[in-house]
Write a protein that binds this ligand. Structure first.
Ligand code: 5GP
Ligand code: ZN
Length: 114
């Protein structure tokens, strides 16, 4: 999608510190990290919100999560623990309308989240 920030990062039009990519997903450093490690993992396919995920996307969403787990392992935060977050719509804190997983780690997380 032409005007989507994360589509433009996935296609290389807008630069980002890419840490992983394959045919289906791209992962990069968050520009405003909220923890020692803060990666964003996105599908290359433009899906605006969690509400727009369709049954045909199930495998893709599974892949997104497994890449997040792989990155956590590579960052050596898998054992201590980390948090995966996917915000939905304004009330959920979503600001970029192309679904993405936040991988946060390297500090103690608290509950409830803000
Ligand atoms: P959301 O609030 O939608 O769940 O998360 C959007 C995330 O994208 C935020 O954590 C924000 O810091 C990050 N972000 C926004 N613009 C950019 C950008 O241009 N580059 C990168 N790398 N991250 C961005
Ligand atoms: Zn997009």
């Amino acid at each position: 999608m032409k005007d989507c920030l994360f589509c433009n990062i996935a296609s290389g039009v807008i630069p980002a510190k890419i840490v992983y990519h394959d045919d289906l997903v791209v992962a990069f450093d968050d520009i405003n990290p909220q923890a020692t490690h803060h990666k964003i993992i996105i599908p290359r396919k433009h899906i605006a919100t969690i509400n727009h995920i369709q049954t045909e996307d199930n495998q893709l969403i599974g892949h997104l999560v497994s890449i997040a787990a792989q990155l956590a392992k590579e960052l050596h935060i898998a054992e201590q623990g980390y948090r995966l977050v996917m915000n939905c719509n304004a009330g959920g804190g979503q600001t970029v309308f192309h679904i993405h997983l936040h991988l946060l780690g390297g500090r103690q997380m608290t509950w409830p989240p803000g």
